[in-house]
Design a protein around this ligand. Sequence first.
Ligand code: ATP
Length: 372
Amino acid sequence: MTDTHTGGDVRLAGISKTYGSFTAVHPLDLTVPEGSFFALLGASGCGKTTTLRMIAGLEEPTTGAVLLGDRDVTGLPPHKRPVNTVFQSYALFPHLDVHENVAFGLRRRGVRSVKRQVEEMLDLVQLGDRARHRPHQLSGGQQQRVAVARALINHPRVLLLDEPLGALDLKLRRRMQLELKRIQTEVGITFVHVTHDQEEAMTMADTVAVMNAGRVEQLGAPAELYDNPRTTFVANFLGTSNLIEAEVAESGADVVVTAGGGALRLPAARCSAPARPGGRLLVGIRPEKIALAHADDADAIPAGRNRVTGRVTDASFIGVSTQYAVDGPAGTGLQVYEQNVERDPRLVPGAEVVLHWNPAHTFGLDAAQDAE
Ligand code: ATP
């Protein structure tokens, strides 16, 4: 890297990538704020790696520009950008020890005294005691941390991470997620992280861009995406959602819809599709936001709650919660996760129940979208 002075946000201005007649990334505008931990999340083939590679300079955009701060870096080769990448295959040099792997970038730039800087980096990734080990003597998680230290030693402004935890087992992955988050907070530079794992993106990132078929479907803080998904793809990709087909009866600050004969209410601000009387909406509610009452106790449900009736088809106790499957309006399969409540022994398969929840937690989606 020759230029380490360009700070600021990463801005993608209309970048796209086509291969022949296939569009891997449709024209994309997005800003990654400086110093943030940003995740590109999506299923295999959605275009997230291609987007990352365009930021790195490893792939030339078909249209558009990549800007770092005010500087257009679109035409610069990778090593001229203040950006470095950590890949899933750590690509460590097997014949060099940890210290020399990390020192490599400095030595290549002709830096003579590297010892202090390398030691600082190894402390950052908590591998100070492994400096003289070769990569094959390290665990997967340790190798990954060496790769991160090696990528950070030249003080890039942006670190790109392409499924960096993909080769690790689940337990180690979880540990490394927290570890990477700690490192990012400590160094304070922008991290752009590519993953197909929604839990990983939500654990680590300040902002998540959910990609589907070459487009960003929604961008926001993890809690915002989870609580207020704007498309069926996002609703289903991030956790489990219950989607009920409904007809709009009234619109205003609150929208009233009917489903299976009953009325449901939701804030108009949480509808991502126009709610016109007579039109259709998909009404969504997360499983843990729903409470379940036996039909005999329906009178005790407080007024003002949304409610639908159904029949329990399955009840599974999984320790921290009990998960119920319920046949809801028009045969819609619904999921309910109840935590920390005394289990009602009557809520067994076959039981008639009422599902009820706070209308404020309800969201509305375009019924014409394909639910994936
Ligand atoms: P994964 O998680 O599997 O890596 P991804 O979301 O990162 O998936 P990309 O690698 O960005 O997906 O690929 C997006 C699409 O572009 C895929 O359908 C892929 O087959 C296609 N693609 C990628 N590189 C090329 C190429 N060099 N030539 C033709 N098509 C390509």
